[in-house]
Design a protein around this ligand. Structure first.
Ligand SMILES: Cc1cc2nc3c(=O)[nH]c(=O)nc-3n(C[C@H](O)[C@H](O)[C@H](O)COP(=O)(O)OP(=O)(O)OC[C@H]3O[C@@H](n4cnc5c(N)ncnc54)[C@H](O)[C@@H]3O)c2cc1C
Length: 390
């Protein structure tokens, strides 16, 4: 019996949950399906907002210092329409402590979270797959397929999009999958042919046969998102990216692809985030299209709220219900914000397409038109979640 909590999943949300639990004096144990040495296939998240870094700083100032010193803050952003610049913005330099965000590959974030967790006394059972979950009167029983058991006061399920815990407890996901495919590729920096260290969005890139292309720098490389068109084969574009990538890079660029994938993005939210003494967090609870970087940032907001609920549950009988109410409402708003970004990118309907074309024409005389084109691919900055951006 563990008097504190078990966290299922040592992804970034599970690791953050465990770290935040330790900082509140809870004992916590993490169960992870994969071995400690497994390299996870995806690179995925890169953008951590200051709000997230500040949340992590409450548990480990050293971790937030590392994220800020290793992460990249891109100094500006530029937007093009069919090869013509329609907007450019340079950020005022700020001291590292005030960095508005950092851009760092997810595997490195997870290493730093894991090290901070170890320093704080988080324990992890690797190669341990939670299979059965039973809510009891005042505890939760977790059993692995091999028959090992853990009993704890609470469980936070941070076991990702295919959450076994959520399935076992019979919680459906509500929402849908987008029709448009995206190919996402990471390339390593080539110091001899540097790309701009800026975030650059191209509407209708002339060298990508008029597709939308987003470049996002991170420490050590660039993320490139290619928006597929009807008739594209996303699997082929992801497995053989060099053909479409090379024309987008400076001549002679090494074009070393470090990761590639393709997606139809899901926009789904779990029907409830609290089942007895089990709290769902991160992708176990919600999936958003990544434009606006709401997935992991909101997962860490879930982690902080879940630990608050657990800490106060003894004295506040509504704490777990409030977790469900507040974080599920946040997820629905995050999904709506990501949905707005998607709707803009896919420009369904003649009105949206006409508005974008008109803004592109107006942008060379009307700054506001360029700003509009620049901001829309990421959705609203403030999704209307009380007290949180995510
Ligand atoms: C292309 C792309 C770009 C993105 N960019 C961003 C971004 O810039 N910023 C952002 O905020 N978000 C971003 N996201 C979203 C972000 O990647 C996810 O929200 C985040 O990785 C989810 O973390 P998690 O810990 O909830 O899940 P996961 O990372 O999936 O971790 C789940 C863990 O649980 C383990 N597990 C699974 N089942 C079990 C079991 N039964 N027992 C024990 N362990 C189990 C898994 O092995 C895994 O380690 C992006 C997503 C995509 C697809």
């Amino acid at each position: 019996m563990i008097d504190g909590s078990v966290v299922v999943g040592a992804g970034p949300v599970g690791l953050a949950t465990a770290l935040l639990a330790r900082s509140r004096g809870l004992s916590v144990h993490v169960l992870e399906r994969l071995p400690a040495t497994a390299s996870k296939p995806g690179s995925r998240a890169i953008f951590l907002h200051r709000q997230t870094i500040q949340t992590l700083a409450t548990a480990s100032p050293a971790l937030s210092d590392q994220l800020v010193s290793e992460g990249l803050v891109w100094p500006g952003r530029t937007t093009y329409w069919a090869g013509r610049q329609v907007h450019h913005h340079r950020y005022e330099p700020v001291p590292p402590k005030l960095a508005p965000f950092v851009s760092l590959p997810q595997p490195r974030m997870e290493e730093l979270l894991r090290e901070a967790g170890m320093r704080a006394g988080v324990t992890i059972s690797w190669s341990t797959e939670a299979d059965e979950v039973v809510n009891e009167d005042a505890s939760v029983l977790i059993r692995t397929a091999g028959g090992r058991e853990w009993r704890s006061a609470f469980v936070v399920a941070a076991d990702g999009a295919r959450s076994a815990v959520r399935h076992r407890l019979g919680v459906p996901m509500n929402g849908d999958t987008t029709g448009n495919a995206f190919v996402v590729v990471d390339i390593a920096d080539d110091p001899t042919r540097p790309l701009p260290a800026e975030r650059v969005f191209h509407y209708r890139h002339p060298l990508a046969a008029g597709r939308n292309v987003l470049f996002v720098p991170f420490t050590g490389g660039h993320r490139i998102d290619l928006q597929c068109r009807t008739g594209d084969d996303p699997a082929l574009l992801a497995t053989d990216p060099h053909t479409w990538l090379r024309p987008l890079l400076p001549p002679g660029h090494a074009c070393e692809v470090t990761w590639s994938s393709h997606y139809l993005f899901r926009q789904t939210v779990a029907e409830t985030f609290t089942i007895g003494r089990v709290l769902l967090a991160g992708e176990a609870a919600h999936l958003f299209a990544p434009f606006g970087a709401r997935g992991l940032n909101s997962g860490i907001a879930d982690a902080a709220a879940a630990i608050n609920a657990i800490v106060t549950a003894d004295t506040d009988h509504r704490a777990l219900a409030d977790y469900d109410r507040v974080r599920r409402a946040a997820a629905e708003r995050n999904r709506a914000a990501a949905g707005q970004a998607l709707a803009h990118l896919t420009a369904t309907g003649p009105h949206r397409r006409a508005a974008q074309r008109a803004a592109a024409v107006a942008a060379h005389v009307l700054h506001r038109a360029g700003t509009w084109l620049d901001s829309k691919p990421y959705g609203p900055r403030d999704a209307g979640i009380p007290g949180s951006l995510y």
